[in-house]
Design a protein around this ligand. Structure first.
Ligand SMILES: [Zn+2]
Length: 108
């Protein structure tokens, strides 16, 4: 029994990055569960509403993957539209978001 190994893994210089990864991981798990739930109830694969929903979820999953990459390269939390910091409150609600509120509403 060797339980005396150090439990700390210094794999990240930025302590906030781990929290962000956890948040993104949680977001991904939630979306994958939604996708699975849609598949499970999918008695009608040609249903447009359902395929729209699935497409939307898949799009978010792609954005989550991209957000993971941005955590790695250190650009996470920077708006791709105006290069300013996205407010932390917004990142808490939408951890995968690429834009601040102003740029998002301009894009929409
Ligand atoms: Zn912006």
């Amino acid at each position: 029994m060797s339980l005396d190994l150090p439990r700390t893994e210094p794999r990240s210089l930025n302590p906030a990055a781990d929290e962000v990864r956890q948040r993104l991981e949680h977001a991904r798990t939630t979306r994958l569960a939604q996708l699975k739930a849609l598949d499970d109830t999918g008695q009608n694969p040609g249903d447009h509403l359902m395929s729209n929903q699935k497409d939307a979820i898949k799009r978010v999953l792609t954005e989550i993957d991209e957000a993971f990459a941005r955590v790695e390269d250190g650009t996470y939390g920077t708006c791709l539209g105006c290069s300013k910091s996205v407010p932390p409150e917004r990142l808490e609600i939408l951890p995968h978001t690429r834009y601040c509120v102003a740029c998002q509403s301009r894009a929409a």
